[in-house]
Write a protein that binds this ligand. Structure first.
Ligand SMILES: N[C@@H](CCC(=O)N[C@@H](CS)C(=O)NCC(=O)O)C(=O)O
Length: 366
């Protein structure tokens, strides 16, 4: 039996970028397969219950979907070069930063790709055509690319990427990128000399979308050399590394970003929870919930951003909180104290009903 995993992912994929860089960092042997259109809509769906990538097939034959669960699983199986910090505040921050990369950056990833079609489309079409229908006539390949492109572009409104919000979203993106570039000028990774779960979360938007699509690569990444170097570093295999910053501290250069993120994340999670509660009141016995519910508004820098709520985000929150709750008393106190200092202690006390993941959605865990 081969010891290598199989990774189903495209180079253009957001979450593929997260998982690929994780596998390389860990030195886990894997073979990458670019799913055809038939794999994507039929084979992967049959095996995992949902048409989504990335998917990992283990040497013994199990099929896994969802990068967070895949990383949790692989961290147990391959404990070397662990990506979860051992100390409480850094560990909590790593989960938080993962959620930030996975969820907060999706509007940016969509906006910088699909709202700059003139610069990006030929590149995307070329990139996808050969993968989707290898060896087929080019006109059919282009049709397949257009179908998948439409599927992804349909998420613009579901993530609030609408003209009224372009300006705020762009401002948010530029601010995050500036903070990151300044941080990576003196620190190789988010939490010091070693990458954590948070770095891999951020690789989703930054590699798959922003560093490769022509418009953001030229206008957003090229002018920020330290950020660009981090993206390259994150894709290296088994690179030498040091440790997280000593004393369970957060690098000073990350603090402006993290403190804003904490405020916006709390507002976002509370908004999602409010929508979910309303939905559950109206549909008390529902066994399956939609992926997007109503509309929620939350703080984003100095503005307010609105997008439909996603129960999945609350599942991500619950996952972070399960790790927090399983920590020792003094570790929980340290995290609480740190959040209290940032005036976001409430982040630890959201009353989220018990959820379980179902593909790209979450449902009540009865
Ligand atoms: N939270 C999931 C997200 C996976 C995901 O959204 N994958 C995208 C491609 S990068 C996809 O296939 N989306 C299909 C869809 O949203 O319908 C993970 O961590 O794996």
């Amino acid at each position: 039996m081969s010891e290598a995993l199989t990774l189903y992912a495209w180079e253009v994929s957001y979450f593929g970028g997260k998982l690929r860089s994780y596998l390389r960092h860990k030195g886990i042997p894997y073979t990458e397969v670019r799913p055809t259109i038939f794999d994507y809509y039929f084979k992967l769906k049959r095996r995992t219950g949902v048409a989504a990538i990335p998917v990992v097939v283990l040497p013994e034959g199990a099929w896994l979907q969802d990068t967070s669960e895949i990383i949790d699983f692989l961290e147990h199986r391959y404990p070397q070069r662990a990506v979860i910090p051992a100390t409480p505040v850094q560990r909590f921050s790593a989960y938080l930063l993962e959620m930030w990369g996975d969820e907060f950056w999706i509007p940016t990833g969509l906006h910088t790709r699909w709202c700059h079609m003139e610069e990006n489309y030929a590149f995307l079409e070329q990139d996808m055509a050969e993968n989707l229908l290898p060896g087929w006539p080019r006109w059919l390949q282009d049709k397949a690319s257009a179908k998948v492109a439409q599927h992804m572009a349909d998420f613009l409104t579901s993530t609030g990427v609408v003209p009224e919000q372009f300006e705020l979203l762009h401002r948010w993106t530029v601010q995050q990128l500036d903070w990151l570039d300044a941080h990576f000028a003196t620190s190789p990774y988010l939490l010091g000399d070693r990458p954590s779960l948070g770095d891999f979360g951020l690789m989703g938007p930054l590699y798959g979308h922003l560093s490769r699509d022509p418009w953001p690569a030229q206008h957003l990444i090229k002018p920020r050399p330290h950020l660009k170097a981090w993206i390259e570093r994150m894709n290296e295999r088994g690179r030498d590394m040091g440790e997280y910053q000593p004393g369970d501290t957060i690098p000073d250069t990350l603090l402006p970003l993290l403190s804003r993120l904490l405020t916006d994340m709390l507002s976002y999670l509370e908004g999602n929870l409010e929508q979910l509660r309303q939905f559950m009141l109206v549909h008390p016995g529902a066994d399956s919930w939609p992926r997007f519910i109503g509309s929620t508004e939350f703080s984003m820098l100095d503005g307010r951003y609105s997008r439909p709520a996603m129960p999945y985000v609350l599942w991500m929150y619950q996952r972070m909180m399960a790790v927090f709750r399983a920590s020792a008393d003094d570790e929980r106190d340290a995290v609480r104290q740190w959040l209290r200092e940032q005036a976001v202690e409430r982040l630890l006390d959201l009353d989220v009903p018990k959820l379980k993941r179902k593909g790209l959605c979450a449902v009540l865990d009865r």
